[in-house]
Design a protein around this ligand. Sequence first.
Ligand SMILES: [Zn+2]
Length: 111
Amino acid sequence: MRELICDTCRQEFALDEIELKNRVIAQDENGDDVIEQYFTCPLCGEDYSVIILDRQQEELIKKRRQIRARVNRAILNKRADRARKYAEQEQELKNDIRCREEMLKEKYGGR
Ligand SMILES: [Zn+2]
């Protein structure tokens, strides 16, 4: 089980004791909500940002989930070539998501 330590009160708690919450922190160029997922330390009430999502990021994550399902289906059907092709696509998307994650953190995070 992964544990987290609150930087403020030094309390440790397990991940499943924490409730992730969403809040709208901004609007992007198209007027769509930018959402921050965060949790609050149950002891001292300090907020911690987990991830920042905008609409495009949500699309990328959805797409990755679909490709992941294709990889699994190809493996089930013993289509190794196809599975490899989809796995490569998934890897690319994963990189895109990670880059965008950093970009969003730079742009909207650091409050
Ligand atoms: Zn705390």
